[in-house]
Design a protein around this ligand. Sequence first.
Ligand code: CAA
Length: 386
Amino acid sequence: MIDTLTPLSDEQREIQRLAREFATSEIAPFAGAWDKAEAADPAVRFKLGELGFLGMLLPTEYGGLGLDSLSYLLALEEIAAADASTAVLMSVHNSLPTRMILNHGSDTQKRHFLPRMATGEWLGAFALSEPDAGSDAAVLTTQAVRDGDHWVLNGTKSWVSNGNVAEVILAMARNDSATDRKGSRGISAFIITPDLPGFRVSKKEAKMGLRASPTVQLTFDGMRVPADRVLGEVGHGFVYAMQSLEAGRLGIAAQAVGIARAAVEQTIAYTRVRQQFRTPLAQFQAVQFKLADMATRLHGARAMLHATAAAKDRGEAVGPHAAMSKLMASEAAMWITTQAIQLFGGYGYVTDYPVERLFRDAKVTEIYEGASEIQRIVIGRALAAD
Ligand code: CAA
């Protein structure tokens, strides 16, 4: 009743089955403990790599699976339904750094970085935001200054998922000068590795949700970056980041769908067995109406996501629809997990059941990779321009 209605190819069904099997046996049983410990088992990343889930969108020539977006999002939903923290690792890695290198990297960069990223030997992270540049990303101030065959970077990047465990970080920094600011066209993308002198993890955030996924602040203190680590053209980093975020937002939408599905599944199971007034909760019409609304919003969010992914796979431009997908899925996940807590009552508010974790994890999907307000800006601008 709550599985996808999207027609799937045999290959897509197989990917979905593989992801569900892995998520059910290797992730779901441990997600609660990882949340409490604020750390996942580091082996999970390598297991995802072995399955090919860290190179799902990369062509086979770089060691990837060369799959379509829909296959990737189906797998991501399964992983997120088991553990949203593991899902964000998979989403950021596949959607942002690997895609940026694939789309804009030189041959040498692609051959050096992508095969190792596809296996999970090297994990990718994405560093755009700063303490004073979040939604308004173009005002970032991390400065890059050319010095011979190096760039010297100074500044602080915030909210970097997996930034303390990643081997490859795509970081955006200004290449324009204080006397000649070029706005979003004065920003370049750099391929950073933690071995560079001047690289430092300066803070690990203590978070409400997604606690098994580290979120850190990075400080670049006179960090010397070889000139061949610039991605694509100097001054194009902001546009590359925006293009990647478009795809990234589909990943976060899939993560939100996975969280929402887990909440619906668990609430259905609970209300079928939990009795009050000598009647299972699921027999009360008031409860059925809530379950009906939860399942309907889940289907709506997933249907929009899959339709957008299919359009993307046909080569169509999907910027505003990607924003709509993230907006709809993240708000559905927040609403659905809120209803789940209500139907679990006191048991939803304590840590004995996973729904409180789902509720805490859902919240960030309305915030990161562009807050809901940013998605509305992207959609609204496109509507006004039509
Ligand atoms: N594709 C291609 N180009 C794009 C684009 C896209 N999707 N979006 C914008 N651009 C281009 C524009 O065409 C423009 O190019 P020109 O200079 O040639 O005109 C340039 O980029 C600047 O665009 P805007 O004028 O639209 O820029 P803006 O300053 O008004 O900002 C914004 C637009 C949509 C608000 C943008 O700042 C934004 O997306 N903000 C949110 C940032 C975000 O999502 N951050 C998440 C960080 S990652 C994270 O969450 C952590 C993690 O690890 C998961």
